[in-house]
Ligand binder design. Sequence first.
Ligand SMILES: [Zn+2]
Length: 235
Amino acid sequence: MGEISCDRERRHLADVLFTRTALPVSLGELSGRAVVASWRTLLLTVEVGPSRVERRLAAGGIRCPTCGGALSPWGWARSRMLRGFVVAVLRVRPRRAVCRHCQVTHVLLPVTALSRRADLAEVIGAALAAKAIGGGLRAIAAGLGRHADTVRGWLRRFTAHADRVRVLFTVLLVDTGPDPQVPAESGSLFADAVAAVLGCREAMASRWPGLGMVPPWQIASAITGGRLLAPAVTW
Ligand SMILES: [Zn+2]
């Protein structure tokens, strides 16, 4: 990895440090990274269990990523149906919260999801992993039971962000792993980016065993604030 020198990379490193401090407690305590979803509304990734989110919100345990103030419940975002592997369709209704201090509102997106995607993160991640080992579009789509155009959209967007993904997750891997093993370059930026995500998860699981059961693409959702496949990189 090259030396982190430009302003953007320094800001990115600050983000990494934020993430690093959020992750060790366990994903159950994770308040992921926040990104701008719309005017005065931020998207914030949280753990999967809604009852735990409710308890944390009630106790002021989820902090505003803008100012650090405590968030309070503030209604619900629209419900959405997410397609999975084991459960064909999962209904999710993300919590909305408002900061008691700066009044900015947030949508609390569970880490099982990716922003504006109708499939669970693990399904999308399976397609990315299959592509990384040489799978063809139609075979991947058929294997997942998804339309080829849907899978093509995932692959194109990930390809567009692949270098950023590779850098972000490799930095995290090196930063968190007790004995970090940086994946060797494969000659494919796409495959290197996937390897970085998977390697990062392994490094985190080594350092914090509580994360061992968390799927890598949920960790990827948490780290990117649910915007792994968003149009613009904000992480
Ligand atoms: Zn705030």
